[in-house]
Design a protein around this ligand. Structure first.
Ligand SMILES: [Zn+2]
Length: 446
């Protein structure tokens, strides 16, 4: 008698849990929105979007809500897919010297957490992070502990000694010659100073072990590193090939930091698939980007920066910056002429709040592309670039950068029509009314 009762009781508990499980789906119905699906040229007016858990289930007119669904009235505003930024450094919220010498790693981590949230609140639901120790940040975001975009991490960037990842001051010894004297930034996984094929392979594989979805290699001079001239080409063809081979063995690719044509051509010939920056590209190098079906991720908004006050004495970094900026317009002219794969990636890093610069790229790109074309670059276009990490893609449950059944429920609702006016996106504080990522609402001013 007793055992029968207890069995029935157990069964009852089980049934309760099971029925709870059956009804655990979370439905949200967004009604009365004009939908842009991420690929087409027009808005579809008067639509509803049904979301089940973290995926879009249906898009159409007059969809009915399942029992218990959350209902959101879109009030006739515009719904688009979440945007992505293909070139961020979420961990980089201060200058190299501060990170190296005066900031505790936990302070850096706390600021990175805020930077990630800031990107999400601009409308970027996904980023490709092109260097820095963001593996833990990604994990915390994916686990829902903190708000932030999905992250495709690169891990520590690979730089040769004296290259664009070599931030040592003259008094800091080279770790290769100083025995155990590792640099703090090295230990935290910001970069690997590597020379020669075996060292490149080792650092590449270390990043892949840690969860990098693609590799970032410094292939030429940079602005924020003091001692490498912009014209310098970094890594030999064989060193670049080593990184490409290590990436290919894990079904992914290499992206490089490079401004000059000479470096672009060397990288492409070594099998690099993504050219980041590229401001000093010439006709020959742009043709090769097209021929190799590679990607270009330029920052055209640098062309909008005001010229420095003529009374100010220019630092080395300012001079380098001016040298690079001078190519920004020519780069876009050539990119348009050869119709290359163009990623939307802004390299907007630095002190907190500076993330807003990531939207300025809309303001500058409309000189060459319509607002609709730029939106495609920042959504469905970037999704193709992100997917180049093949079997390492951490987000395969749904599609990114589109609004259609089976896509991730990464959705934005704007006041106004961003297909016709890019300033709707840029002035996000007034216009961005709803942010949903993975089916969860992070902002709702409807
Ligand atoms: Zn960068």
């Amino acid at each position: 008698m007793y055992s029968k009762l207890s069995l029935n009781f157990t069964t009852l508990i089980f049934l309760c849990l099971f029925s709870h499980f059956l009804s655990a789906q979370d439905f949200t119905l967004i009604q009365n929105v004009n939908v842009w699906d991420g690929t087409s040229d027009k808005l579809k007016n008067g639509q509803s979007v049904l979301i089940e858990d973290n995926l879009v289930k249906e898009v159409g007119k007059n969809l009915s809500a399942p029992d218990g669904a959350n209902i959101i009235d879109g009030k006739g505003k515009t719904l688009i897919p979440g945007m992505s930024d293909a070139h961020t450094h979420l961990a980089t919220t201060s200058r190299g010297n501060d990170r190296r010498n005066s900031e505790h790693w936990m302070y850096i981590a706390a600021k990175s957490t805020k930077a990630a949230e800031n990107f999400l609140m601009l409308g970027f639901t996904t980023v490709r992070d092109l260097g820095g120790p963001v593996f833990g940040l990604k994990r915390a975001i994916d686990e829902g502990i903190i708000p932030g975009p999905r992250i495709y991490p690169s891990g520590g960037f690979l730089s040769q000694t004296s290259g664009h990842g070599d931030f040592r001051n003259p008094s800091e010894p080279n770790p290769h010659f100083a025995g155990k004297g590792n640099l703090p930034m090295d230990q935290q996984g910001w970069f690997y100073l590597v020379d020669g094929r075996p060292e490149v392979l080792k650092a590449a594989r270390e990043n892949l072990k840690n969860g990098a979805t693609q590799l970032k290699v410094m292939a030429g001079g940079g602005i924020s590193s003091e001692f490498d001239p912009i014209h310098s080409v970094q890594f030999t063809p064989d060193e670049l090939s080593a990184a490409v081979e290590a990436a290919a063995d894990w079904d992914t690719y290499v992206a490089v930091h490079i401004y000059t044509s000479k470096g672009i051509i060397r990288a492409l010939e070594a099998g690099v698939k993504c050219i980041d920056h590229g401001h000093l590209v010439d006709e020959e190098a742009m043709k090769l980007i097209k021929e190799k079906d590679a990607w270009l991720v330029p920052q055209s908004y640098w062309s909008l920066r005001p010229a420095p006050d003529s009374t100010v004495e220019l630092t080395n970094r300012m001079k380098k910056s001016l040298q690079v900026r001078a190519g920004a317009i020519n780069e876009m002219e050539l990119a348009k002429k050869y119709n290359v794969n163009l990623g939307y990636g802004t390299d907007a890093f630095g002190p907190l709040g500076g993330e807003e610069r990531a939207l300025q790229e809309f303001t500058s790109r409309v000189r060459w592309y319509t607002p609709l074309e730029v939106l495609k670059q920042a959504t469905s276009g970037n999704a193709k670039l992100l997917a180049m990490c093949g079997k390492l893609d951490p987000y395969t449950e749904g599609k990114l950068g589109v609004v259609e059944p089976g896509a991730y429920a990464d959705l934005l609702i704007y006041e106004g029509n961003p297909l016709e006016d890019e300033q709707v996106i840029v002035n996000y504080k007034e216009n961005l009314k709803l942010i949903m990522k993975d089916g969860k609402v992070y902002k709702n001013e409807l």
